[in-house]
Ligand binder design. Structure first.
Ligand code: E4P
Length: 217
C-alpha cells in the first residue's frame, strides 16, 4: 500500500515529502477552504512540491455533469499530475465517463458502498475513494468496505485503484493495508503518529545515555 497525504496545507505536504513516504496528495473543498486561499493558488503550489498524483475536486456547488466536465478539463490543465476528484452521483458518473475518455484521470469520492465503487470503476474512474472514518462514525466497519471492494475488483479484474480515505488513526492505516487498499490518503498528524513507539523513544534515550557516559557529548 502506498501513501498519499490528505491535506491542502503546503507545510504539511513539504514535511511529509521530506520524509520520503508520500507519492501523492488528495484535497477536498473543506481542506481547500481551511487554507483561506484560492483553489488555483494552493493547487499550483502543491504541484511544485510533489511529483505524483494530486487530486483537486470540482467545486462543491457544481452538481451537473456539464459543469463538472468543464471544471474537470480546467483542473486537468493546471498540471500533468492533476487528478479530477468527482463526487459519487449519477451526474458525477457521467462526468467521469467523458473525462476518462479524454484521458483525464479521475478520483470518485464519497464512496460508502461496494456498489458505488463498482459503478465508478465501470464509468472509467482511475481511483475510488471509500471513506473509512466516516463509516466508522455511523457504526459501520469502514475497513471491511475496503476489503469487500478489493475482493470485487480482484474477482472482476478491475484496474481502478482503491484509495482508503477518511483515515483518522494509525490502526486504520494497518487495517486498510491488510484489507488490500492500493493507497491510503492520510493526514500529516497520522503519518507523524505512525513514526512513534514508546520503546523507540526510550531506546534512543538509553543509547544516548550509554554513549555519553563513555564518550561524552
Ligand atoms: C478524501 O479524499 C477526503 O479528502 C478525506 O479523506 C475526508 O476525510 P474526513 O472524513 O476526515 O474529512
Amino acid at each position: 500500500m502506498k501513501f498519499f497525504i490528505d491535506t491542502a496545507n503546503v507545510e504539511d505536504i513539504r514535511k511529509a515529502n521530506d520524509m520520503g513516504v508520500i507519492c501523492g496528495v488528495t484535497t477536498n473543498p473543506s481542506l481547500i477552504a481551511k487554507e483561506g486561499r484560492s483553489f488555483e493558488e494552493v493547487i499550483k503550489e502543491i504541484t511544485t512540491i510533489i511529483d505524483g498524483p494530486i487530486s483537486g475536486e470540482v467545486k462543491a456547488t457544481t452538481t451537473d455533469a456539464k459543469g463538472m466536465i468543464t471544471e474537470g478539463r480546467e483542473i486537468a490543465k493546471i498540471h500533468k499530475n492533476m487528478v479530477v476528484k468527482i463526487p459519487m452521483t449519477v451526474e458525477g458518473l457521467k462526468a467521469v465517463k467523458v473525462l476518462s475518455a479524454e484521458g483525464i484521470k479521475t478520483n470518485v469520492t464519497l464512496i460508502f458502498t461496494a456498489n458505488q465503487a463498482l459503478l465508478a470503476a465501470r464509468a472509467g474512474a482511475t481511483y475510488v475513494s471509500p471513506f473509512v472514518g466516516r463509516l466508522d462514525d455511523i457504526s459501520v466497519n469502514g475497513t471491511e468496505l475496503i476489503r469487500t471492494i478489493t475482493d470485487i475488483f480482484s474477482v472482476a479484474g478491475i484496474k481502478t485503484q482503491i484509495i482508503a480515505a477518511s483515515v483518522r488513526h494509525t490502526m486504520h492505516v494497518t487495517e486498510c493495508a491488510l484489507a488490500g487498499a492500493d493507497i491510503a490518503t492520510v493526514p500529516y498528524k497520522v503519518i507523524e503518529q505512525m513514526t512513534k513507539h514508546p520503546l523507540t523513544t526510550t531506546g534512543i534515550e538509553k543509547f544516548q545515555k550509554d554513549y555519553i557516559a563513555v564518550f561524552g557529548e
